[in-house]
Write a protein that binds this ligand. Structure first.
Ligand code: HEM
Length: 416
């Protein structure tokens, strides 16, 4: 026996989607009293879901594919074409293994150390200034750390400009804005830059260390035994550099959380790793970042008496799952202690996707994100003093990605 998935009336809800942003799915789930409903976006029917069981379903690869799921405009800006996000099955597993080979314990420690070096360098600069905008500073700081870690050479005097190029790719995702075209141009430029480096590596003119992303993707062979074409190799190197730079968004939200929650901040003074980690986890749960992930139904199937037709586009709501009232006590309260003795689940806490790293599409960079954030948090809470002048720290749920409007202005930064 099959049931009808609750369906929103009307032929097009893209404008509502743009207006409501991160809250689009939750708002309707609330109205329908259902974790699953159907609407229409960009001219086609779309099933939206949030929740733990729903996440488990979404990450069942026998039921869903990624090829043809992400909108073209996202591929032209944020992700790049031909990258790991769009692969399925064996091809995906093989490419994903190359990403995960970069994430050993040693390499994670190295990332943390590189981040610390760049915070130290930046602090010296900030001490000479009246005021800084943390977001802009974090972009450049993390760009340098990302390149160091990925084996990508750059000149110090071009770091800021290149960091801004990556920023345009990250901020271009809202679909109807001039930012989209800036993002496309930035992606083309970034790909050209990295393609040349790939060629240099292959021609023996550049020798990145073996464990770095530049080395790994210059020499990675796909299942057919061929090297990646230079474009695809560049897309994958950028799949490392770009999101490390994007951690600047989380660094900005971390600063906001440190500013607003003095009791939580006091617990950080011990510099205890566990305290830093709990705070960082709560930042990743609480603040909006990556809103949804898309997939398409392979062959039709039935789940909980609901019919999922072949090829139907399905969105899993990451933000809504991280705020789901059935999964979290007081989900709208910022409270790092909720992660004390937290029973890990691969499908309830999913700011960077759910499921399995090696076999599914869960974010390859989740551990490294946590390392970078812990280091940033230690600086923001313990290793520097600064004033937060009056400013608009609110953020909009229809900005994607969201960011405190003021981007966190700090005055009189000094090393502690
Ligand atoms: C995939 C979020 C940082 C590399 C993803 C996905 C999300 C995500 C939601 C998609 C999951 C899915 O499709 O099911 C984030 C957020 C980050 C972040 C919010 C914070 C800045 C990073 C970092 C790296 C990285 C630092 C690399 C160093 C990747 C890769 C994929 C991915 C390669 C594709 C995985 C695949 O398709 O198998 N990320 N990510 N991400 N992320 Fe991240």
């Amino acid at each position: 026996e099959s049931k009808q998935i609750p369906r929103e009336e009307g032929i097009e809800h893209t404008l509502d989607f743009l207006k409501e942003g991160y809250l689009f799915v939750s708002n309707r789930s609330h109205g329908f009293q259902s974790n699953i409903f159907e609407t229409r976006l960009l001219g086609e029917p779309v099933i939206c879901m949030r929740g733990e069981e729903e996440g488990q379903l979404f990450y069942d690869e026998s039921k869903f594919r990624r090829d043809g799921a992400a909108p073209k405009r996202i591929l032209k800006t944020l992700f790049g074409e031909g990258g790991v996000q769009t692969l399925d099955g064996e091809a995906h597993k093989h490419r994903k293994a190359a990403f995960m080979s970069l994430m050993s314990g040693d390499r994670l420690e190295e990332m943390r150390r590189l981040a610390r070096e760049r915070w130290e360098e930046a602090l010296t600069r900030w001490e000479r200034r009246e005021e800084i905008v943390l977001y802009d500073e974090a972009l450049t700081l993390l760009f340098k750390a990302a390149c160091d870690w990925a084996g990508v050479p750059f000149r110090q005097n071009e770091a800021e400009e290149k960091a801004q190029m990556i920023r345009l790719m990250i901020e271009s995702t809202s679909s109807i804005s001039p930012n989209h075209w800036k993002g496309r141009r930035a992606r083309t430029q970034a790909e050209e830059w990295i393609k040349e480096l790939i060629t240099d590596v292959r021609e023996g003119k550049l020798h990145p260390r073996e464990q770095t992303a530049l080395y790994v993707f210059a020499w990675h062979r796909d299942l057919d035994g061929e090297l990646l074409d230079t474009h695809t190799a560049a897309v994958e190197v950028l799949n490392i550099v770009r999101p490390i730079v994007a951690v600047a968004i989380y660094v900005d939200f971390t600063a906001l959380a440190v500013h607003q929650h003095s009791s939580a901040r006091e617990r950080l003074a011990s510099k205890d790793e566990q305290e830093l980690k709990m705070f960082v986890q709560e930042v990743r749960r609480f603040y909006p970042f990556f809103p949804f992930v898309p997939a398409r139904v392979r062959d039709g199937f039935t789940w909980n008496d609901y019919t999922f037709p072949k090829n139907r586009l399905v969105l899993l709501d990451l933000y809504g799952t991280n705020h789901h009232p059935d999964l979290w006590d007081n989900p709208e309260k910022f409270d790092p202690t909720r992660f004390q003795g937290w029973k890990e689940s691969p499908f309830s806490f999913i700011p960077q996707g759910g499921g399995d790293y090696d076999y599914g599409h869960r974010c390859a960079g989740e551990w490294i994100t946590v390392e970078i954030m812990k280091e940033g948090l230690d600086y923001l809470a313990n290793r520097m003093t600064y004033g937060i002048p009056e400013q608009d720290v609110s953020y909009s749920f229809n900005d994607m990605p969201a960011l405190p409007h003021s981007k966190m202005i700090m005055k009189h930064v000094t090393r502690k």
